[in-house]
Design a protein around this ligand. Structure first.
Ligand code: SF4
Length: 340
């Protein structure tokens, strides 16, 4: 069949008069494959259904299928919050690599700003993927901030991908990065490695011995302040960035302020951050007079900043509700400082 058609076309082209405008050659048609003689499948014969309803009985009403319930999906929480006006960092953009609905920490500090009990977490793991962080930080690219601070609703070193997260934030936002930590995981080499990528690390030191550690910071499990401090000293030797020590001065540690400043000195910090619980009902803040007396002990440290002295810039967060959740004291703290 195909061969016959081809020859016929050839003959008719030969009979065309000379000088006739040439036709645009069409792309050669594919020779059609001979179609196999396929028999149409026999129509499916449905088995006859026997009517079971007796003639004098009305057919049972057919129940309408229920509409499927559509579960309302909550929008995924962003890893980014703020910016907030911070007495420690100025205009500060927060990163939360835990993104949990409740506080997630291995400590239970008396003055913690997050609701109790929260989730006690002693194992490090990945809470949020780095690809989610990538999307979230790209959404705020170009934002004006002095620092990007890894903090959020718990202990940031619990996130096992902290190092990757710091590298990513630095490369996308091009801003200096700080991590606020309770320092209890610094014993792990991978935590020290991750923290070494930050421009600034802030360690929490409120206790002067194990008893006060258990009274103020209330860690989960057995902790020794002495051992933790040895690990901090090791970190100090390795770390090239700015190391800061944050102290929450209160009635439980003000009497041992001399010992506290001595311990801080052993870490050789670049900065001391002094605060008192202004945002907490469970623990009273020091009076300004007591606070100033404590502060005098640090007169010969390289740099000392305090919650009463530092200027807090006025900043509007991108998402006020979300920021209030991750940094619930932002407003109260500013108000109390201005009233004191
Ligand atoms: S370490 Fe931080 S998050 Fe954890 S309980 Fe203490 S203040 Fe709260």
């Amino acid at each position: 069949m195909g061969i016959f058609d081809f020859n016929k076309n050839k003959d008719s082209n030969a009979k065309k008069p000379a000088g006739e405008a040439k036709e645009t050659p069409k792309p050669a048609e594919k020779e059609t494959e001979p179609v196999a003689d396929v028999k149409a499948p026999a129509a499916e014969v449905k088995p006859a259904v026997e009517a079971k309803t007796p003639l004098n009985t009305a057919p049972a009403a057919v129940a309408k299928p229920e509409a499927p319930k559509i579960e309302e999906k909550k929008p995924a929480m962003s890893c980014v919050y703020g910016p907030i006006g911070s007495w420690r960092f100025g205009r500060s953009l927060g990163i939360d690599m835990l993104c949990t609905e409740e506080r997630t920490c291995n400590f239970d500090c008396v003055y913690c700003r997050f609701p109790r009990p929260g989730k006690v977490q002693t194992e490090r793991k990945e809470f949020v993927s780095v690809s989610k962080l990538f999307d979230d930080i790209n959404a705020v690219k170009g934002i004006s901030a002095d620092w990007v601070v890894f903090a959020g609703m718990g202990e940031p070193t619990l996130a096992s991908n902290l190092g990757e997260a710091i590298t990513l934030v630095k490369s996308v936002l091009g801003l200096p990065v700080a991590v606020m930590t309770n320092g209890s995981f610094i014993k792990h080499k991978e935590v020290r490695k991750a923290l070494s990528l930050a421009d600034m690390v802030v360690l929490k030191l409120d206790a002067f011995d194990d008893k006060s550690l258990n009274a103020i910071n209330r860690p989960s499990g057995v902790f020794s302040l002495g051992k933790m401090m040895q690990q901090w000293q090791l970190f100090r030797l390795e770390y090239k960035g700015k190391l800061s020590i944050s102290m929450m001065l209160n009635d439980l540690n003000k009497g041992e302020i001399g010992d506290l400043q001595y311990k801080a000195r052993l870490i050789i910090p670049d900065q001391i951050q002094l605060s008192t619980p202004l945002h907490c009902e469970a623990m009273k803040p020091l009076s300004k007079a007591d606070f100033e007396k404590c502060k005098q002990w640090f007169w010969n440290f390289k740099e000392v900043i305090s919650v009463f002295d530092a200027k807090v810039p006025a900043v509007e967060p991108l998402n006020a509700a979300d920021t209030e959740k991750r940094h619930p004291t932002a407003k109260k703290e500013e108000e109390k400082v201005s009233k004191t």
